[in-house]
Ligand binder design. Structure first.
Ligand SMILES: [Zn+2]
Length: 174
């Protein structure tokens, strides 16, 4: 079933994103929190929030002042820099194994010189928090989404995976 598959993907991500030592259980440090200065305890799980048209959110919103550095949540490569009506200025990053797309939206701006194809390291500044696209200007935040996909897929193709447990080191809710 879909739910089971997503849980398995989340577990795989935790393990492969962890340290090189083998035999480790899920590593809570697998994903960096992608906004500078934010602690795991400050994150709110907004995965199931309902949005316009009955869509569910399937991402996490991380509030922060405009201009706060946005950090790469893991190593990878910048696959697409894209501007859309909803997301505003966005970045799509792909994981080293090609199986995960990291989507950062409502950005104020990209790090100077950032380009498609660039390799980025976990924790590196890639952009700044904003309220572009359909974000409420009174609520600047990073909209951060994970898409489980296959190597060679389109840059925006995948099945959303809840980032919250992966960012906080907590297990997904049953
Ligand atoms: Zn959002």
């Amino acid at each position: 079933m879909k739910r089971r598959r997503l849980c398995a993907l989340g577990a795989a991500l935790l393990v492969t994103g962890g340290t090189a030592s083998s035999g480790r259980e899920a590593d809570p440090d697998a994903l960096a929190i992608p906004v500078e200065g934010i602690k795991a305890s400050e994150l709110v799980d907004s995965w199931t929030s309902v949005r316009s048209g009955g869509r569910s959110h399937r991402a996490i919103d991380i509030p922060a002042p405009i201009g706060t550095p946005v950090l790469a949540a893991m190593d990878g490569r910048i696959e697409k820099l894209f501007a859309s009506d909803r997301g505003g200025l966005t970045i799509y990053q792909r994981s080293p194994d090609g199986r995960l797309i990291l989507y950062y939206a409502h950005l104020q701006g990209y790090r100077r010189g950032l380009a498609e194809g660039d390799a980025v390291r976990k924790g590196q500044v890639i952009a700044t928090v904003g309220a572009s696209g359909n974000a409420d200007p009174a609520f600047p935040h990073l909209h951060f989404q994970l898409l489980a996909t296959e190597p060679g897929s389109g840059w925006n193709v995948g099945e959303p995976v809840n980032p919250y447990p992966l960012l906080t080191g907590r297990r997904g809710r049953p």
